[in-house]
Design a binder for this molecule. Structure first.
Ligand code: ADP
Length: 455
């Protein structure tokens, strides 16, 4: 850091303050500062100098060029007399000086105050030269000569100059104000556009909501209409198969069995569709009661046993060790796990289906998992299987009946219980479906009136 002195000015009277301001403007003009910066520097220096100028107190202002952080700066050091000298008979001097320093801070790049010995203060203000300016030694000599040549004018002239500066600043302010006004107008237009767009989106969302509602209503109505004739078909085919209406030939029995199977499949589809439609319409309520994991497992074991072909696959329920009951809807958990288990049994030719549960104390959740050693699912299909009617092409798929609605239903039910469904799978190795539930149910959502009827 080295400094090259440009000029020194004694500060003995108010006249000197005017002089220092003129010099500041001249020097900053010679150093290539813009008109605006010249005004800033002149104002900052004269404000600081005002506090330092006292007759016979040896105040000084020194202008110098300083190299700092790879850039040249105009630096002005204003040294004031001792504190006692300043404040004598002028109680406001201290606050005036502070005000001057605040102003200098605003107008310059840096403003440092060095209290010095015996209360004598030096205020240093600094401003970097414009980037394109570089003052050489020769230029410094030239500036020195120009300053010696240019006389300092009288206070009246200085006042005129200040007025001109003020007028120029006012004109610039007006220009900025005009710019701001047109910017505000532009912003208003943009805002209006955004508001219009929002209205359009709202309108589309409303139409979508209505279409969705109509779809749910249509599904639920048709499903209801289909259930009654389907029940009759199933009951009648059972009557025929039980020979209550007389003997059947072999061919007749084959055909009635075919009708019975088809009616059962259709009935599954209708039930799943009805469940989905009811959830979507917000007409499914959650009945929370204490659930004991191992009791739930015992009930599931009984229900799923008829589906297990023990010569190929074993269905194992691992004791959970979770004794503490948790609050949830047991019926819905059972529905989700039944779907996981029946899928696992359908898509596992050999090996095992393992059902287990674990408590995560940190998240306070219970995770139920159904892990199989079946055909597995390709990574790219993991999304598809949760879509309505999403099924993966596979020879086993053709044999195993299904609606493709089970998993989307599970996901919706889990959502209703405040939980989630996840899957991890390796093709040829097996899949694990997990239902994670909070141990305490979330605050009830604003569900529509539950109809309470069984699907
Ligand atoms: P569904 O079983 O009635 O076809 P789901 O929605 O329950 O309908 O399942 C969708 C599809 O996801 C199944 O058809 C099958 O392709 C795949 N899937 C589900 N569970 C398994 C599993 N455990 N192993 C392999 N594939 C599975």
């Amino acid at each position: 850091m080295n400094a090259q002195r440009i000029l020194g000015v004694a500060l003995d009277s108010d006249q000197d303050v005017v002089l220092v301001r003129q010099r500041a403007r001249q020097i900053s003009a010679l150093l290539g500062f813009s008109q605006q910066d010249q005004v800033r520097i002149g104002t900052a220096v004269s404000e600081v100098a005002r506090g330092a100028s006292r007759p016979g107190m040896g105040g000084r202002a020194v202008f110098q060029l300083r190299e700092q952080d790879g850039r040249q700066h105009l630096e002005i050091l204003v040294s004031a007399a001792g504190r006692a000298g300043i404040t004598a008979g002028e109680p406001d001097a201290e606050s005036l000086r502070e005000l001057a320093i605040v102003t200098a801070h605003r107008l310059m790049d840096a403003c440092e105050v060095d209290p010095g010995a015996a209360g004598a203060t030096t205020v240093t203000v600094r401003k970097a030269l414009p980037r394109h300016e570089h003052v050489t030694v020769a230029r410094m000599a030239e500036i020195g000569a120009r300053l010696a040549d240019s006389p300092v004018s009288n206070p009246l002239h200085e006042l005129q100059l200040q007025n001109q500066e003020l007028l120029a600043t006012l004109a610039e302010l007006r220009e900025r104000q005009d710019d701001l006004l047109s910017l505000t107008r532009e912003l208003e237009d943009t805002n209006r556009g955004i508001v219009a767009l929002y209205a359009e989106i709202e309108d589309k969302a409303e139409r979508l909501r209505r279409a969705d509602e109509m779809k749910s209503r249509f599904l639920s109505n048709t499903s209801h209409e289909l259930r009654t004739p389907l029940s009759s078909i199933r009951a009648l085919s059972q009557l025929l198969l039980q020979r209550l209406d007389g003997e059947l030939t072999e061919e007749q029995e084959r055909q009635v069995r075919f009708i019975d199977t088809a009616a059962n499949e259709l009935s599954d589809l209708v039930n799943d569709l009805l469940d989905l439609a009811k959830i979507e319409a917000g007409r499914v309520s959650v009945q929370t009661d204490p659930v004991v994991v191992d009791n739930l497992f015992r009930a599931l074991k009984g229900m799923m046993r008829p589906l297990v072909d023990e010569s190929r696959v074993e269905l194992v329920f691992e004791p959970s060790g979770i004794e503490q009951p948790f609050l949830s809807d047991e019926g819905k958990i059972s529905q989700i796990l039944r779907n996981f288990i029946s899928n696992a049994l359908k898509f596992t030719e050999q090996g095992s289906v393992l059902v287990f549960a674990a408590h995560d104390p940190e998240a306070d959740t219970i995770a139920f998992a159904v892990a199989d050693t079946g055909i597995g699912i390709e990574h790219d299909d993991l999304q598809l299987i949760f879509e309505e009617f999403g099924q993966v092409e596979h020879p086993l798929q053709r044999r195993a009946k299904g609606t493709g609605l089970g998993l989307p239903l599970c996901r919706k039910l889990a959502d209703l219980l405040g939980g989630r469904v996840d899957v991890s799978s390796t093709p040829g190795v097996g899949s694990t479906f997990t239902l994670t539930l909070p141990r305490t149910p979330p605050v009830k959502r604003d569900a529509a009136a539950p109809d309470g009827t069984a699907p």
